[in-house]
Design a protein around this ligand. Structure first.
Ligand SMILES: [Zn+2]
Length: 491
């Protein structure tokens, strides 16, 4: 009995020692990193960021973009951060998607409390453009601010973190804003090695964002990592080698009035009839196509997010009343075109996709959405998926819809273009977006994509009279495509 009591006391003592060590880990980190005296912080570096959701295939890493300069300026007292990136792209983009640009591109992203916005870079001698509210970026940026080593320690102390032993050191966990979980590892030297947060995403749900810090050194009086690698949904999203850190610079970030008073405009879906029972849905950045079949609707793409998907599904049913949306064709797996996929699954539509997406979409149907539950997470309907190889056909006996895989297309390995033989109509996302003004040449990285689309139309011998692109503000045709692709004169 006595032995048991002693052993119990021993365990209790050990437990209290461990608890003290864990509490100490946070205090050691605060001391090591100078958390109390650092009110503002600026760090500079270079490396790469990555186009999240734009991989060539669902199992490949996100495509990289060179970051020539990365400067983050943080004010911990006001919960504000300004990140400025100078990015660079050559004439050929790395395989995969991402906003096409050529040469240098400056991005300025801010967050302060509940507001996030972007500042358009000055263009020539034009007057400064007003800040653009970006409410979608608020959570990610706010969590990025509190994921920085000093920020993490401050937030842990302010939010009554719990600690426990873990491999690599002490695991520190807490919740910010009453809702968002953060967990990190503090090593035996009092350095924050790794921070994990989760942000809500319409496709992949509670998406892990993991930031790893290595190579801590003294940057003129501040202990800071020399290498920062962040992953989103498992693939690197940011990789920065830090070259300089400044403690307590002046960082004054005020929320612009137009950002403070911003209310998102109502979702707008415009429709244009392209033939009997064929409607081209536009009104925002990403378009869709509705095809009426004998007893059902085929919809191509539910892009962006839940709000747009809801409006697009409603518009399809308004245009073609009393018929169910039985098939949702998803052109490709890039997240900007897939944002409403779970709404289509919830609608009960069979998802038609290239075979290389099947596993990814099965995962998407099951991902946890606890941060911001969506209808599918409540209905738990799951997904019906129908796959296509090089060619797929949807038919009701009289109308035929052909789906063709674009070959040799470096933007994505699974692009299905949609061809309606009766209307001689081709719907295509991304490969060719006609410039607002006909005759304006494409930017250089967009030319090979246009050429690929043109070559595929020739290879498949498609008789195309009209192209409905899923971006841009107008329809186009093969003659304009050929010219843009630089193929006009030789054909
Ligand atoms: Zn794409």
């Amino acid at each position: 009995m006595r032995k048991v009591i002693l052993a119990t006391i021993g365990i209790l003592m050990l437990a209290s020692v461990v608890a003290a060590q864990q509490a100490n880990a946070l205090q050691t980190a605060a001391d090591t990193l100078g958390a109390a005296r650092i009110k503002t912080l600026q760090f500079t570096g270079s490396g790469q960021n990555f186009s999240v959701g734009q991989n060539y295939s669902p199992s490949e890493a996100w495509p990289p973009v060179t970051v020539k300069n990365y400067t983050a300026s943080i004010n911990y007292d006001t919960g504000s951060m300004r990140v400025e990136l100078l990015r660079e792209m050559g004439a050929v983009m790395p395989r995969g998607g991402g906003g096409p640009f050529f040469g240098e591109q400056r991005q300025i992203q801010l967050v302060s409390g509940n507001y996030a916005w972007n500042v358009p870079p000055p263009a020539g001698n034009a007057p400064a453009a007003p800040a653009q509210a970006n409410p979608d970026g608020q959570l990610e940026r706010m969590l990025a601010l509190w994921s920085t080593p000093q920020g993490f320690v401050k937030a842990a102390m302010a939010n009554k973190a719990t600690t426990k032993n873990a491999s690599g050191g002490t695991e520190v966990s807490f919740t910010v804003g009453g809702k968002y979980k953060m967990t990190g590892i503090i090593n035996s030297k009092g350095q924050v090695d790794k921070v994990t947060t989760w942000i809500d995403h319409p496709i992949v749900g509670d998406m892990p964002v993991v930031t790893t810090y290595t190579g801590y050194k003294d940057f003129s009086g501040v202990m800071f990592p020399s290498h920062i690698v962040q992953t989103q949904d498992g693939f690197p999203s940011l990789d920065i080698t830090v070259s300089g850190v400044t403690a307590n610079p002046a960082v004054d970030i005020t929320v612009p009035e137009n950002v403070r008073t911003f209310t998102p405009p109502a979702v707008r879906v415009d429709s244009k009839q392209m033939g009997e029972g064929v409607y081209y849905l536009t009104g925002a950045t990403h378009h869709s196509l509705v095809v009426e079949m004998k007893d059902h609707i085929v919809l191509v793409d539910v892009p962006n997010n839940v709000a747009r998907a809801t409006a697009v599904l409603a518009k399809a049913k308004e245009l073609v009343p009393n018929k169910p949306i039985r098939y949702l064709v998803t052109s490709h797996h890039h997240w900007d075109h897939l944002g409403g996929i779970r709404m289509a699954m919830n609608e009960g539509a069979t998802i038609v996709t290239h075979q290389s997406n099947k596993a990814f979409l099965e995962r998407v149907a099951k991902t946890a959405h606890t941060i911001n539950p969506d209808p599918l997470s409540t209905s738990k309907k799951g997904a019906k998926i129908q796959t296509v190889g090089d060619k797929g056909v949807l038919t009701d006996g009289s109308r035929t819809i052909e789906l063709h895989l674009l070959k040799g297309y470096e933007h994505t390995g699974d692009m299905l273009v949609v061809y309606l033989p009766k209307e001689k109509l081709l719907a295509e996302p991304d490969a060719f977006t006609p410039p607002p003004q006909a005759g304006t040449p494409l930017i250089r990285p967009a030319i090979p994509f246009a050429k690929t689309l043109y070559d595929n139309i020739q290879r498949l011998k498609l008789d195309v009279q009209v192209i409905t692109p899923f971006h841009g503000n107008r329809t186009t045709d093969v003659a304009e495509l050929a010219k843009a692709a630089g193929s006009g004169s030789s054909n």
